[in-house]
Ligand binder design. Structure first.
Ligand SMILES: Nc1ncnc2c1ncn2[C@@H]1O[C@H](COP(=O)(O)OP(=O)(O)O)[C@@H](O)[C@H]1O
Ligand SMILES: Cc1ncc(COP(=O)(O)O)c(N)n1
Length: 265
């Protein structure tokens, strides 16, 4: 029997922690065939992003057509898009598909991966056609331009106007230090926001966590799970992978979340 197909539209991470490396490994681990459209090549390690080479928009478009014309894509996930033009193109070609938008604006290391024009393009073009948007707290604040609790931010972002209805928002993260738990807030239009809590793994090896989470969410949606169940499964997957890499000492900065399955021997 054929596996479900998910597509990631994202940038590369030469260190193998975030971006397409995280996305394809996560799809594979969850039994989904991963197609892969590259938006930018980054020179990146666990400490910093030292160079970004954006892929020309025409090449981005050609990659998208190659995938959509040939494969039965059940879910799409977007990561780093890098330019307002890329955001607009992706919105145009992915509208109407099950679409997980991880609005990547800043890396764990602090490097800026999308400026003000990219933020604006997310609000105007991509959020209106998304099935679910998965900002972390900082990204939710940046998109809205104001502060608030994760629950308030999730509800506010779910209400940002667009041509379609039905967009959900999951604000990820919470405050693990205070409670020993991570709480993601899921807001769906017309419903009260719900917390999805899971045990926090004390670790600094978390580079690639957001990419892994949104890919796991897309993989579970591609497998047919309803949104809330997909969000619970994605959080469980990330927690398991963070526990695997917890004791690793890879790189000089924030090490990678594990993309291996099971032990390291
Ligand atoms: N230390 C941790 N332990 C367990 N889960 C975590 C931890 N850090 C993040 N998560 C979970 O990983 C997912 C991605 O969250 P987040 O860290 O906010 O992404 P990002 O890398 O974009 O900042 C969420 O489900 C969040 O709750
Ligand atoms: C190519 C690429 N895409 C996304 C991220 C964000 O991931 P993280 O927040 O874990 O740094 C990244 N660092 N690099």
């Amino acid at each position: 029997m054929n596996p479900p197909v998910a597509l990631t539209i994202a940038g590369t991470d030469s260190g193998g922690a975030a971006g397409t490396a995280a996305d394809l490994a996560t799809f594979a681990a969850l039994g989904v065939h991963g197609a892969c459209v590259i938006t930018a090549v980054t020179a990146q390690d666990t400490t910093d992003v030292s160079d970004i080479h954006p892929i020309p928009v025409a090449t981005l478009e050609a990659q998208l057509h190659a995938v959509f014309d040939d494969l039965p894509v059940a879910a799409v996930k977007t990561g780093m898009l890098g330019s307002a033009e890329a955001v607009e193109l992706v919105a145009r070609l992915c509208a109407g598909r099950p679409l997980v938008v991880d609005p990547v604006l800043v890396a764990t290391s602090g490097a800026v991966l999308g400026g003000e024009d990219v933020r604006r393009a997310y609000l105007d073009h991509l959020l209106p056609v998304a099935t679910v948007v998965t900002p972390n707290l900082d990204e939710a604040r940046a998109l809205l331009g104001h502060d608030g609790s994760p629950e308030e931010l999730a509800v506010a972002l779910a209400g940002v106007r667009g041509p379609t209805s039905g967009r959900a928002v999951i604000v990820t993260g919470g405050d693990p230090a205070a409670t020993g738990e991570c709480t993601d807030w899921l807001a769906e239009p017309g419903k009260p926001a719900v917390p999805i809590s899971h045990p926090a793994v004390p670790t600094s090896n978390d580079h690639g966590t957001g990419c892994t989470y949104s890919s796991a969410l897309a993989a579970h949606l591609a497998r047919g799970a309803p949104l809330r169940e997909a969000a619970e499964q994605a959080a469980a997957y990330v927690t398991r992978q963070l526990a695997i890499s917890q004791s690793w000492t890879l790189g000089r900065g924030r090490g990678p979340i594990a993309h291996t399955i099971g032990g390291t021997r």
